[in-house]
Design a protein around this ligand. Structure first.
Ligand code: XCC
Ligand code: SF4
Length: 628
């Protein structure tokens, strides 16, 4: 295997060698087996929506048995991806809302950010005067839960967007109603014999995606902040080198902070720490992966072990006592990899049971007790570690994390002249953008995709953007990549252009900001929306962009679609399965511009993609010329 063509992460290289020696198969082996992927699947023009299919579009068979052409088939497949992604983010949000409904003063889940709860309650017309904070929390949770299936009206959070944006959504008829309703509508409309019009399929995809970004993900982020605390700036470390030789290593992988927060608590339980010592370990070492890793690093500084593509390699270190997972982005392959070592692969959610794993159900009702049991299982497993099989790679990087929108405001306050401007606003950011010290701000987000070299596109694009005075904000596995490659440090300022470096010095931030997990892309919407409002502009007028250089999940398709529908140009480093329909490409990469003021651009060469983004950002700056 040519490791350099697989990943640029040197720790991963070390562990790929070890995997080979240990006879363990990883995704990189399987990737080689899939050298030629199915052309129909790649183009999106294979339909298996009904039992008469699969129908595949070729020059000889230009229509499926029902007569659906390539546009209808591609459009339906795309819409279902958006629905799948929206379902995943939003079902996560629903669980968090349920968790808030369970919160109590002496229970497992408390209200940690009362101020944020009160702000939300007021936004939603929930009475706050003279009420117990938990009564307010429970009512707010109920209101949120109604956002999933309310029978009338449109989503509440839409009114947080700048007014011109709201008008565009209303005029186009893409204001999402209730989350579940939008998902169900797509599933219905893409059933055989329903929508047979690509324009309409993309239209409903945008509406559903907006339900993801402006409703589900917003609920996920805000409720997590209220329950677990709004992230503040803190120091941490990233990459597999954070595993420790002499400690019980526990990896938290998945998405929902309701589980990971309990594991964080349990790992600090004096009884369990004592038990770890009894087992001969120096203590318990927690490290995160994927989005749950982002959640706990943002709130507790828990170290990041790695990203999506390193989940198997983490176990290959032979030093992991337990890999604890809940939902999303968990390779079923982990069961087999764990079999080769002493690692316990512990699944916890009825929504994501995996054959061959150890299933220990986690329930919010018995949250701490469950977390305790799971951590205990990990601690007891330390004695089974085979020292001969341990190889912890050396590399790790420091990272400053925790940039919630609130934390960003806090940093910006450092440059506010309090005699002239109020504190706690995005005005300094808006001023930097207007004056051109910062040319723009770009969200680089999303997964790792085996179609490319892991991390290469993320790191190349981020470096290129900051060099050109574009501030980068990041979430998800993009954030993990940035952390691993040292882009979230003070030292990284020397990679930044002069303008950005100056801003970084003044506000004391790294050039790449960690905003959290993928549902926290809603923080990006908040910051961009807030800046637009401040400047009396629409989001589409700002020199900002979204990039998903290595996207792979349906969730990412939903994110890309809501970012575009929010008026933010979106750049992809991997082609979605839509090229089978010229009309789909025409709309997504062209006509959307006239509809929503933004569109998709795809280029699989990261250098080229970065240059396109930089040029487009410069073009966007004309909007500032009309400002006083
Ligand atoms: Fe999953 Fe969220 Fe993608 Fe990473 S970035 S691979 S979706 S963990 Ni969200
Ligand atoms: Fe074929 Fe139409 Fe059925 Fe799809 S819905 S599988 S195109 S017959």
């Amino acid at each position: 295997m040519d490791k350099k063509m697989m990943t640029i992460d040197l720790n991963s290289h070390v562990l790929l060698d070890k995997a080979e020696k240990d006879g363990v198969e990883t995704m990189y082996d399987r990737k080689q087996g899939f050298k030629s992927q199915c052309g129909f699947g790649l183009q999106g023009n294979c339909c298996r929506i009904c039992g008469m299919g699969p129908c595949r579009i070729t020059p000889k068979t230009p229509r499926g048995i029902c007569g659906a052409d390539e546009h209808v088939i591609v459009g339906r497949n795309f819409a279902r991806m958006v629905a799948g992604g929206t379902a995943a983010h939003s079902d996560h949000a629903r669980d968090i809302a349920h968790t808030m409904a369970l919160s109590s003063r002496d229970g497992n889940y408390k209200i940690r950010d009362e101020e944020k709860l009160i702000i939300l309650a007021k936004e939603w017309d929930v009475e706050t005067e003279g009420r117990d904070i938990y009564d307010i929390a429970h009512e707010v949770a109920d209101v949120a839960l109604m956002e999933f299936g309310k029978p009338h009206g449109v989503a509440r959070f839409l009114k947080n967007a700048p007014e011109p944006r709201q008008k565009i959504w209303k005029d186009l008829g893409i204001e999402p109603r209730a989350i579940d309703r939008e998902i169900a509508t797509i599933m219905h409309s893409t059933h055989i014999g329903c929508t047979g019009d690509i324009d309409s399929l993309i239209h409903m995809s945008l509406r559903t995606a907006l339900a993801d970004g402006w409703v589900g993900s917003m609920i996920g982020t805000r409720f997590s902040d209220i329950l677990f605390g709004t992230p503040t700036v803190r120091e941490t470390e990233a990459n597999l080198g954070v595993l420790e030789d002499n400690k019980v290593n526990i990896i938290l992988h998945g998405h929902e902070p309701s589980l990971s927060e309990m594991i964080v608590l349990a790992s600090e339980d004096p009884e369990l720490v004592a038990l770890a010592k009894e087992m001969g370990a120096d203590g318990i070492n927690l490290a995160g992966m994927c989005c749950t890793g982002n959640e706990v690093t943002m709130r507790h500084g828990v170290k990041t072990a790695g990203d999506f593509h390193q989940q198997e390699l983490a176990i290959v270190t032979g030093a992991v006592e337990a890999m604890i997972v809940d939902v999303q982005c968990i390779f079923p392959a982990l069961a087999k990899v764990a079999d080769c070592y002493h690692t316990k692969f512990i699944t916890t959610s009825p929504k994501a049971k995996i054959a061959g794993s150890t299933y220990m159900e986690f329930s919010e009702e018995t949250a701490y007790a469950d977390g305790y049991k799971i951590v205990k299982e990990a601690v007891l497993n330390f004695k089974n570690r085979d020292k001969e099989k341990v190889l912890i790679p050396e590399l790790k990087s420091k990272a400053t994390v925790g940039y919630s929108a609130d934390a960003i405001l806090g940093q910006l306050d450092r440059v506010v002249n309090s005699h002239i401007d109020p504190a706690g606003t995005l005005k300094p950011l808006a001023d930097c953008l207007k004056s051109g010290v910062l040319r723009g701000a770009v969200g680089v987000v999303g997964c790792n995709n085996a179609k490319g070299v892991s991390n290469l596109a993320h790191v190349t694009i981020m470096k290129e953007l900051i060099k050109n005075d574009i501030l980068v904000v990041t979430t998800g596995c993009g954030a993990s990549a940035a952390a691993k490659f040292g882009l979230m440090t003070k030292e990284a300022r020397k990679l930044a252009g002069k303008g950005l470096a100056t801003v970084c010095d003044l506000v004391d931030i790294p050039p790449v900001l960690h905003l959290g997990s993928c549902v926290d892309c809603s923080r990006i919407l908040d910051v961009v929306g807030g800046t637009a409002k401040l400047l009396d502009m629409d989001m589409s007028d700002l020199p900002v962009a979204g990039v998903a250089p290595e996207w792979m999940s349906e969730k990412a398709v939903a994110i890309g679609s809501y970012v575009v529908a929010s008026g933010i140009d979106t750049y992809l480093g991997v082609m979605p399965p839509v090229t089978g329909s010229s009309r789909a490409v025409e709309i997504l990469c062209g006509e959307l511009q006239d509809m929503v003021g933004a569109k998709f651009t795809v280029n699989e060469n990261p250098q080229e993609l970065a240059q396109i983004i930089i040029q487009d950002i410069e073009k966007k700056r004309v909007h500032f010329e009309n400002l006083v």
